[in-house]
Design a protein around this ligand. Sequence first.
Ligand SMILES: [Zn+2]
Ligand SMILES: [Zn+2]
Ligand SMILES: [Zn+2]
Ligand SMILES: [Zn+2]
Length: 411
Amino acid sequence: MYLYNSIYLCSCKNKTESSVAIPAALRGTKLTLPDLYFCSRCLVLRCNDCCIIETVAKYCVNCMTDYSDSPGTTRCIKNCFECVKCSSPLAITALDVGKGKQFTFNCGYCDYSYETEVITEPIPLLKHLRAKADPRFSRLCEKYSHRDSTTLTAQMEQKLQQMSLSANTENKKQFHLNRLGSNPQSLLPPLPTGKHLVAKRSYSCPGCNTKLLDPVADPRLMKYLTKELALDILPLLVAKVGPEELELEGDTQCYLSVINALPSNAKITISTVEKIPSTFNKTETELSVSLPVTSFAVSSRREKMGILESLPTQFLTDATAESRAEKLTRSVTKGGRYSANYEANGLEKGANWATVPFSYSATEDLDCDILPWLPFYVTIETRMPASMNRALTSSGNGLKLGFWALVPVEK
Ligand SMILES: [Zn+2]
Ligand SMILES: [Zn+2]
Ligand SMILES: [Zn+2]
Ligand SMILES: [Zn+2]
């Protein structure tokens, strides 16, 4: 969803912790708010890169067999198979042939299919397939048969030697790929493989070991014992370019909205640097941002809030009657139902959000169709949420956080 496009800098990437210079890491990171955790002991953002990850459970999604106590097993050993080409599940059909059975594997997604020979003894399919061939060999043949080169490279020779394909140096020199490719008998058909297992993992803070995401081990349950998501704490930032008539003297008018996720009112400050290099703003030129309102309050998020109510006005569309009605209400209401109103400085206050105007200008000509990404340093000051263990934090009753975000200006 477009509301979650802004990039937030995890504490592990923000080495300098500067609030006045853009951290270089903001250029390479791609994490949006839903990708991040928030440690309520350390009061910092955490991501998959910095968390301690442990496997809670390992299982097959097809037959739901629990493999948690089988270290090293990565594929299902029951009758669950996946396509070697595209990893989709394979449908298996059995055909009676004389006293035996012949099995056919068909991929529901691509053209892959595999037929076993007639099997006369009761034997698990996987065991039969394993006995047929070393799957590594067929994969290797498949890979090399597509090469144009007719001779083996040193690396390929080495690999084949490792797999004891070429017993001695003499034979190896005569082993040409065109022979391999032209003789289908020498190619084993790629065999179906057991379904890859999936894992449930827990994520813990590297600073204090607190579990930030802790799923219940039971594969049948999609429940979490702990879920410390950044989404529930940090405000969401969204920027939108203003209507065209607002473009004045090379300055592009925009709006920045801050949406509060917490059940308490918050004080927000916003700043950015004087000149934003093109490497950060993703355009071809350096940009300057004018931010007339840098400090304001945002109301708390209430439980059971309507979706439209929690959307900043710039993001309401004319697509539905409800959205059009909401837009109209906001344009006429002054301190009414949604207490959505405008202050003299241009700030618009909504249910659990506030929107401030800002503008940017380019030092060189900038194509109007190219919208920049802009870095902002944001601080939020609020009451300590009840969900956080206050005894363990040093900041008393208040919660104060600062973070960098790279916000795309949306059309
Ligand atoms: Zn991190
Ligand atoms: Zn299975
Ligand atoms: Zn397939
Ligand atoms: Zn921590």
